[in-house]
Design a protein around this ligand. Structure first.
Ligand code: ADP
Length: 463
């Protein structure tokens, strides 16, 4: 089948030849030319020259018309190569070139849609990788890092530039993580294990081999289980502490009952003594259970705070009134140092009084005839907008190794344990929770043998 362009060239050429032949025939058939060989020779020469020139002009025109769109197409392809995906040509013609331009534009449109959808999927994938909590790495067959997400750089304490294209073993520098990868590489099987990285970090690592375009690769997932493990430890410690704390009074009760059973009942004064001891142990257990319930209620947020604008003196004085007879009996000098113009604080007075009672009660317990000073001051520097209340004693002090754990549930120093100084080890934990629920902070400074100062801050009430 003849194409449109060929038809046009053929038609143009036929018209040209017809015109030239027509002109030549007209020239040669003139009466003045018939029989004149010079005239015929000139006519043929001029006609031939005409035909050659016209053919050349026609060829140039046809070539120009055919290659023009191809040059334009080359330009558009170059622009597309430089990233201008929306570059296209105008379909100004109806012949094959026009059809080619239409097909080209259609192809570019489809390609553009595909690229946009690919870019969208890539963006979504990059967002997932950037924000997911788990660390992700992709290793190539030789164990070079092809991809690492921010969570993985954080867990492995590296930077993406230091990891990409580097050997996995150089990036992780942890023998267990390297061993697991080698095992995965050698067996071709998925490997899963919980690994402790450093002192603080506990991660579950999954190595999965995969095939990609004929080559093998490895997907590494790092899940941070530090928090989960911490919670498990806290729960385990809590149960073991609770059983430990209950064992002593229960054993003591058992001993009292055995003694009574073995004949002490027949000796009324001794029976009275033993019953008093039993009542003491029951009181200890009751206090522990009550404090535990209290702690769990505060921790779970089930105790709503009744926050009110309160004067610091209203928080400090009532507990001191209650505890001063006890301090007197222990020969302790109890002092109060409250500046006159302290602003009001935003506090649940019952709860904050409980904190002060716990702190002063401890101070009395751990200060054999010394001094306890309760003071308050408005913060000017770091924690602006807060008032700090402190309870300082000149007592036994707290050993350095105990200081970081003093606010944990059930924590008692060895000294407090061995001296059998009453207490459940829950008082400071309760105090910490109450203060933190007020958006405050509680901390301690202490020197063994010199004394301790407990501080806590409370937000001041808005004007
Ligand atoms: P407890 O009810 O047993 O006193 P706390 O939680 O109030 O429990 O205190 C925990 C531990 O902190 C105590 O057993 C003691 O070892 C230590 N401690 C608290 N206050 C003081 C203090 N003022 N001086 C010395 N040690 C203290």
């Amino acid at each position: 089948m003849f194409s449109q362009i060929r038809w046009r060239i053929a038609l143009n050429f036929a018209l040209l030849v017809t015109a030239v032949l027509g002109g030549l025939a007209y020239y040669l058939l003139r009466p003045a030319c018939v029989g004149d060989s010079d005239c015929i020779g000139r006519g043929l020469l001029v006609g031939g020259a005409f035909l050659v020139t016209a053919t050349v002009v026609l060829a140039v025109l046809v070539a120009e018309r055919t290659t023009g769109p191809i040059r334009q197409l080359t330009k558009v392809i170059r622009r597309i190569n430089n990233g201008e995906l929306d570059a296209h040509m105008l379909p100004i013609r109806r012949d094959e070139i026009g059809t080619l331009i239409l097909a080209f534009n259609g192809m570019m449109e489809t390609l553009g849609e595909r690229v946009t959808s690919l870019e969208e999927s890539q963006r979504q994938l990059a967002t997932v990788l950037a924000y997911m909590a788990d660390g992700v790495l992709i290793l190539d067959e030789r164990g070079r890092v092809e991809l690492i997400n921010p969570a993985a750089t954080r867990l492995l304490q590296t930077k993406s530039a230091q990891a990409l294209n580097h050997r996995y073993a150089e990036v992780v520098r942890h023998h267990k993580l390297i061993e697991l990868w080698q095992l995965c590489r050698d067996t071709g099987q998925e490997q899963l294990e919980a690994v402790e990285i450093g002192r603080e970090l506990f991660v579950q690592v999954v190595f999965t081999p995969f095939q990609q375009q004929g080559a093998r690769g490895y997907l590494v997932i790092l899940q941070d289980l530090t928090q989960v493990r911490h919670l498990q430890t806290v729960r385990r410690d809590f149960i073991s502490n609770l059983s430990h704390e209950l064992r002593t009074p229960l054993a003591s009760l058992r001993a009292v009952m055995d003694t009574l059973h073995d004949g002490a009942l027949d000796d009324p004064p001794a029976a009275q003594r033993f019953l008093k001891r039993a009542a003491g142990e029951v009181d200890t257990m009751t206090q522990m259970v009550e404090e535990l319930l209290e702690l769990s209620r505060i921790e779970s947020g089930r105790v709503p705070l009744r926050l009110k604008q309160t004067a610091v003196s209203d928080l400090v004085l009532p507990p001191l009134d209650r505890l001063s007879p006890q301090a007197q009996r222990a020969d302790i000098d109890l002092r109060i140092d409250l500046p006159a113009n302290l602003p009001l604080v935003l506090a649940d007075s019952v709860r904050v009084q409980q904190v002060i009672t716990n702190l002063v009660h401890n101070a009395i317990k751990f200060t054999p005839n010394g001094r306890i000073t309760i003071s308050a001051q408005l913060n000017h520097k770091k924690a602006r907008g807060q008032v700090t209340i402190s309870v300082a004693d000149t007592g036994t002090g707290i050993a350095n190794e105990d200081l970081p754990r003093i606010f944990e549930r059930f924590y008692k120093s060895d000294r407090a344990r061995t001296r059998g100084q009453g207490g459940t080890g829950l008082g400071l934990a309760i105090a910490r929770h109450i203060v933190e629920r007020h958006n405050g902070r509680i901390w301690v400074q202490s020197k063994e043998g010199k004394g301790s100062t407990f501080y806590f801050s409370l937000p001041i009430a808005a004007e």
